[in-house]
Structure formats: C-alpha cells, structure tokens
Design a protein around this ligand. Structure first.
Ligand SMILES: CC/C=C\C/C=C\C/C=C\CCC/C=C/C(=O)SCCNC(=O)CCNC(=O)[C@H](O)C(C)(C)COP(=O)(O)OP(=O)(O)OC[C@H]1O[C@@H](n2cnc3c(N)ncnc32)[C@H](O)[C@@H]1OP(=O)(O)O
Length: 303
C-alpha cells in the first residue's frame, strides 16, 4: 500500500503540516470542496452480523461497515448494543471479532466524525468511542480478534482490547496506532492499552512515530499473537477459543479483571474530562487542517 510508504517517511505529512499550519482556535466547519462529495456509507443495513453457535457458546461478530469498517457514531452505537446483548446472554461465553470487508479489519475511527463537526457532536462521538473500549476491555467473555486485513489506529485499539489476536499473514496488511501521522494524539487510555499489550518502551517508540507494523513485525513485538494464512483465520480462532473456554470462567474472568482494572478505573474516573479534552483538541484549527490534509492524501492516492 502506497500510504504505508508515506507513513514511514520522516519527511511525511506531519513535517509538511508543521511547516504550513497556522495557529488558531476552534473551528466550526471547514469542510473543503473535495470532502463535500466524499462518499459515505449511509446505508441502513446492519453494520454488525452476529452468528451465534449455541452449542459452542461462541458468537462470531462480523464488522460490515463498507468500505473500510470505519468506526462512525452509528457503527459504534450498533456495535455496543450487539456486544451488550451477548454479554447479558449467559450462554454466550466467547466472541470472535472479524471483518466482512476485503483487505481491512477496521480503518479506525471515522475521520469524518472528527472533521468539521460541532463540539456537541464530537463529544457524543467520543463518548461512544469510550463506550466501545470500556465494553470490550472489561468483557467477561473471551474475545478473540481474527484480524483479516489492515487495522490502523482505532482498529488496532479494538484489536488490543481482545484477549488474543490472530492476524492474516499478508505483508500488504498493517496494524498500529498511527495517530501522530494524522497530526493527532492517542489519548492516555489508547496508550495504556498498548503498554499493557507490548510494554512501555515499544509503545513509546510506536506512538511517537505513529508506526504501522506488517504482520511479521507485529508478531515480533507481541502486538499480535499468531499469524496464519487468511483462509485459516476463522478455524484457528475457533480452535483457540476452545482452548480458552476450557479454563473455568470465574477464574479466568477474575484474572482478566485483575490485569485490566487499573486502566479501566482510570478512564471511568476521568470520562467527562477526557471528553472535554478530546473536543477542545480536535476542534482546534490546526488539528482540523491536519485532518483535512490527511483526508485529501487518502483520496489522492487513489487517483
Ligand atoms: C493535549 C492533547 C492530549 C491528548 C489528546 C486529546 C485527545 C485525543 C485526540 C484525538 C484522538 C483521536 C484518535 C483517533 C483514532 C483513529 O482511529 S483516527 C483514524 C486513523 N485511520 C487511518 O489512518 C486509516 C486511513 N485509511 C487507510 O489507511 C486505508 O483506507 C486502509 C488501509 C484502511 C484501506 O485502504 P484501501 O482498501 O486502499 O481503501 P481506501 O484508502 O481507498 O479507502 C476507501 C474509502 O474509505 C475512506 N477512508 C479510509 N479510512 C477512513 C477513516 N478512518 N475514516 C473515514 N474514511 C476513511 C477513504 O478516504 C476512501 O474514501 P473514498 O475516496 O472512496 O470516498
């Protein structure tokens, strides 16, 4: 992917931005002409498909928000509601998360939700992002990510909330928290989720560079746990799930909670300030311009 190359160059978008962006205050709506025609998925079709195997006690949640499973407010709302239903159904003990879109697990947060939107709408969106993270990270169920495509930023965050990550072994795919490459900053709970996954030093490097890793690199640093050929990803996830479900639920759940509770409690106690911080950051002029340029780059590389 051409974009991956761009992400990895030192003289990339960010240095370009730092040269060009004026300092400014809040923005209300700076939608550039090219974005007004930007194709959006406004379909009312379900964005999540849930296939529940009652005998195994396992659901497969397939993300189907074309074209790239971006995490829009609508998507997040539907996702949280579907996950909550499974959480409350005691017969469901495990969930496999995968994508129904070719080549992409999830493109991360929907950039259009952060671009040219009112502070109120940005706040609503961020609350939904927090909710998704809280529900996934604190789930009592075993959650396995079957990462069958690229998974940047919010897509990587979603994957990291899972208990185990299996990725398709395709060098064209990438995964990582690339926020700084967009001129934005991964908040503390994104950072802590990554620290809890790959350790402090690796996170420090990864976050500052906005590094996207190939599947092999991701396996090397422990960002994913296993690589398999793409056509074996669901069978491998199912076999892995059987192993995890062989452990008594209560013991595994208490252990999971012990590992994750400090990070969860930290966000729970700071939810409102975290929303205010996000809104004030994302609506600033230079940040909006940065997002606009990034969107233009995404669009341009297609032509
Ligand atoms: C003091 C401050 C302290 C703390 C900070 C405070 C607060 C925090 C502030 C901010 C935090 C924000 C955290 C953000 C997290 C995110 O997740 S941001 C999203 C990052 N995502 C990306 O960078 C991915 C971009 N996309 C891609 O790289 C590629 O699209 C892909 C590899 C996923 C897939 O490639 P292709 O299959 O080739 O598909 P296309 O590139 O052609 O895309 C198709 C279509 O979709 C549009 N699109 C792609 N990604 C997104 C997206 N994330 N959101 C919205 N739209 C997206 C793309 O533009 C194409 O559109 P069209 O041209 O077809 O209209």
């Amino acid at each position: 992917m051409a974009l991956r190359g761009a992400f990895r160059t030192r003289c990339g978008l960010l240095s370009l931005l730092s040269q060009r962006l004026p300092h400014g205050n809040h923005v209300r709506g700076c939608v550039s002409p090219f974005l007004s025609t930007h194709r959006r998925n406004n379909s009312t079709a379900p964005k999540i498909k849930v296939d529940f195997d009652q005998t195994a006690g396992v659901s497969i949640m397939t993300l189907q928000n074309p074209p790239v499973n971006s995490l829009s407010l609508d998507f997040l709302t539907e996702f949280c509601s579907a996950l909550e239903k499974l959480e409350m159904d005691k017969s469901c003990r495990g969930v496999i998360l995968t994508s129904g879109q070719p080549k992409v697990f999830s493109a991360g947060l929907d950039i259009m939700e952060m671009y040219g939107k009112s502070p109120e709408r940005c706040g609503e969106f961020w609350r939904a992002v927090q909710e998704m993270w809280l529900k996934l990270y604190s789930s009592n169920m075993v959650i396995i990510a079957a990462i069958n495509g690229s998974s940047p930023a919010g897509g990587c965050l979603m994957s990291m909330t899972c208990d185990y990550r299996i990725m398709a072994d395709n060098p064209r795919y990438s995964i990582g928290l690339n926020e700084t490459q967009l001129g934005i900053v991964a908040p503390f709970w994104f950072k802590e989720t990554m620290v809890n996954t790959v350790g402090h030093r690796t996170t420090e490097i990864a976050l500052q560079l906005g590094q996207l890793y190939s599947p092999t690199e991701a396996l090397d640093i422990g960002l994913v746990d296993k690589l398999v050929p793409e056509d074996q990803i669901i069978t491998t996830a199912t076999q892995t799930m059987t192993k995890w479900l062989a452990v008594p639920d209560h013991a595994r759940q208490i252990t999971k909670s012990m590992m994750r509770k400090p990070t969860i409690d930290k966000l729970m106690s700071k939810r409102e300030p975290d929303i205010q911080n996000f809104v004030s950051f994302i609506t600033k002029d230079p940040i909006q311009k940065s997002l606009g340029l990034y969107l233009a780059m995404l669009k341009k590389r297609k032509s």
